[in-house]
Ligand binder design. Structure first.
Ligand code: VGL
Ligand code: ZN
Length: 199
């Protein structure tokens, strides 16, 4: 199974980190942890995906146009850039989502690569059967990606030490982790994931 595994790094962008417009508490703390996961997957020549929220200026996702969020991750702004300390490898596949001004697109499964190919098609073509998911935010995009991965029939490991949540309501992230577990996801830290990838 190891050879059919892939890492999906979800939305580790400046606007979701302290100092950004929709900061996830301790959002930047996932960066060094994710860098270790990147090394783990790179060393095994396993695919690495990095999704990004990539919104137009006007979208029903934002408060000003009927949504619940402050303006964040607007295409080509510094806030939409990946955190500068995230060491994405050259081979990373960048996935963009949230471009449709009428959709929220929380899940990376709604994202497309630079040629417009949707993630589900890429996963199928590459024969990926197990995804490891970490990043921002636990209670939104990580949750949605994990649940859609399970629905698509993939094995899914949620990387708890590489994720942080928004917690609009206190406890949202904890509840999201329980929901993912109940839906069939494994929840792992670095040591556990490393062990799983070494057998
Ligand atoms: C996200 C809120 C709004 C996320 C994206 O990446 O989790 N959360 N847009
Ligand atoms: Zn967004």
């Amino acid at each position: 199974m190891v050879k059919n595994s892939a890492l999906i790094i979800v939305d580790v962008q400046n606007d979701f980190c302290p100092g950004g417009t929709l900061p996830v508490p301790e959002g930047d703390r996932v960066v060094p942890v994710l860098n270790r996961y990147i090394n783990l997957f790179s060393a095994r020549s396993l695919p690495i995906f990095a999704s990004r929220d990539w919104h137009p200026e006007k979208t029903s996702h934002f408060k000003d146009y009927g949504g619940i969020w402050p303006v964040h991750c607007v295409q080509l702004t510094n806030g939409a850039a990946f955190h500068p300390d995230l060491r994405l490898p050259m081979e990373v596949v960048v996935l963009s989502k949230g471009m449709d001004p009428t959709k929220d697109d929380y899940s990376a499964f709604q994202a497309v690569d630079k040629t417009g190919r949707p993630l589900p098609a890429i996963i199928k073509e590459m024969g990926i059967a197990h995804i490891y998911v970490g990043g921002l935010a636990t209670d939104y995009c990580v949750r949605a990606t994990v649940l859609e991965g399970l629905k698509a029939g993939l094995a899914v490991t949620m990387l708890e030490d590489a994720s942080r949540g928004v917690d609009l309501q206190p406890g949202d992230s904890e509840r999201a982790v329980e929901e993912m577990r109940k839906a069939g996801a494994a929840v792992a830290n670095y040591a556990e994931a490393e062990q799983g990838l070494s057998v």
